[in-house]
Design a protein around this ligand. Sequence first.
Ligand code: SF4
Ligand code: SF4
Length: 472
Amino acid sequence: MYDPRSKCADRFIDHEEIMDTLAYAQAHKTDRELIDQILEKARERKGLSHREASVLLDCELEDKNQEIFSLAEQIKKDFYGNRIVMFAPLYLSNYCINGCVYCPYHGQNKHIPRKKLTQEEIRKEVIALQDMGHKRLALETGEDPIHNPIEYVLESIKTIYSIKHKNGAIRRVNVNIAATTVENYRKLKEAGIGTYILFQETYHKESYEKLHPTGPKHDYNYHTEAMDRAMEGGIDDVGCGVLFGLELYRYEFAGLLMHAEHLEAVYGVGPHTISVPRIRRADDIDPNVFDNGIDDDTFAKLVACIRIAVPYTGMIISTRESQKCRERVLHLGISQISGGSRTSVGGYVEPEPEDESSEQFEVSDKRSLDEVVDWLMGMGYIPSFCTACYREGRTGDRFMSLCKAGQIHNCCLPNALMTLKEYLMDYASEDTKKKGLALIEKEMADIPKEKVRQIVKERLEKIEKGERDFRF
Ligand code: SF4
Ligand code: SF4
């Protein structure tokens, strides 16, 4: 039976509850009165239950759908303003003993060269990333206790934080590694990671087991309960996500929100971020064999409904998506994007020839970070390289309470402007720099408190003179 407080995956992601939710949502897809009530509740910006949000996702009333999109847009503005936080993935190793049928790194794939970066190679990758302007990374590695044990991941994190090339520094390392033990999560916490990210792939247990036929990842419950172990190990910022296209998106949507409800119910803090990847082409993988792919319209609706259902949770979109698609969903709720990404091991130092790809997935948005920054500013967004919160100890429920009180804003905007200025001074092209400086000038007026504005002004001048790493 469904119980969000249970620590057993079968209870907090209860299949029957999802099926009932989907039937309920279908039965009410044109129920104007109920949809109005849900929208009314959503306007309070305190979120929605998985059932309520599922009704909005299924809504077939055109005017109400427009209201859903406008509300998502408004919530995005209220909570995240026009800032977009930038990050890049860093692939450490593609050795993997799992059999995920949608991923080219699965153990049986003999076409791709297997590679694991040495600490010296990591140094070079990180310098290349720093020279682009990145400050925030997401570490990625396959599951392989021999090639990629936890000690390797910990050593790599230490290496990454230690590299200071010119004005470069990686200030936040988020980690996306396979489900592991409480003890290992504790070690990751001690190593100073930001968010622990683990995609569920699919919440549908039966499909999950078929899609992961071999390896430790086959164990649905162990995988689904990973965030609980991470929280027990002291990591209070966790990032969830599903791989859209594997199962029916309505099912995944309800499961994702139930997972968030579970974390909130047991640990008092929901996921820090939700990622919304869609399945992409890669070596040995043809997305057409997965017949649950979703079109761009449905994808936009999903993003909008997630934004409304969990307003305090950041939303991430990667370079899997095209420029056009990213443009469409940014204003509906996305708060973090990657830029200039390489999705192969060692790809920042040595980009791979297109026909010999060993990327984990095909990158759709291939522009450089400078181009992405320029594009964002052209649309009125402020690209932010901020990493302040976890460095200031604002994690878990401390972070969430500031978010819920609407106060995090007071830190985000000044930090965005200061880190953007650093980027412009150190890495931007002339054209991007010109646009960025004008944008900072304009956005300064939006800092509400005169005292804070004055401090930011002084710090911007210091950045101009060569000082770095100011934060609120
Ligand atoms: Fe391995 Fe992760 Fe790919 Fe699965 S998705 S095969 S665990 S790298
Ligand atoms: Fe994120 Fe915190 Fe920086 Fe805001 S101040 S952008 S919440 S790290």
